[in-house]
Design a protein around this ligand. Structure first.
Ligand code: FES
Ligand code: FES
Length: 147
């Protein structure tokens, strides 16, 4: 697969220097999810306070796309309300469908649009965001859409 330079640079940066890799000790929402097509997995923890994601961390093993996407996602949702976090997951789905969405200051995420021509890779990129959805839904927020 052909990757443009921006895409490659951003993914490798997050893969080699993951943001928010680790665990939260107490009182957090934990979601474990795997990608059934390859067995790669993520464990996402969200610390939720007053309806906001005050902290987000992840562990897991997976390809560079899945792990870099998890790094970007945790960066993106920290400090957001659960509803906003869910809205970002929806936006990410739209990006994967090739829709022209913008993530404003979070332009690293937009670089992941490079995967949308590769269905197997979309699953890699989406793993962490699906974990986010589940985490938000477990708090009674978000609006499940049958993904
Ligand atoms: Fe096969 Fe990611 S699931 S490349
Ligand atoms: Fe498994 Fe990418 S190859 S998540």
């Amino acid at each position: 697969m052909q990757l443009d330079d921006l895409y490659r640079r951003v993914i490798m940066d997050h893969y080699k220097n993951p943001r928010n890799r680790g665990t939260i000790d107490e009182g957090s929402v934990t979601v474990n999810l795997n990608n059934p097509t390859c067995g790669d997995r993520i464990s996402l923890q969200l610390q939720v306070e007053d309806g906001k994601v005050s902290d987000a961390r992840f562990t897991g093993e997976g390809c560079s796309i899945s792990m870099s996407s998890a790094s970007m996602m945790t960066e993106a949702v920290k400090g957001r309300t659960l509803d906003d976090a869910y809205a970002m997951a929806e936006k990410f789905s739209a990006l994967m469908k090739g829709e022209p969405v913008e993530f404003d200051e979070l332009e690293d995420i937009e670089a992941l649009s490079g995967v949308n021509k590769f269905p197997a890779r979309i699953k890699c990129a989406t793993l962490a965001w699906n974990a986010l959805r589940k985490g938000v839904e477990s708090q009674g927020q978000g609006k499940p859409e049958g993904h």
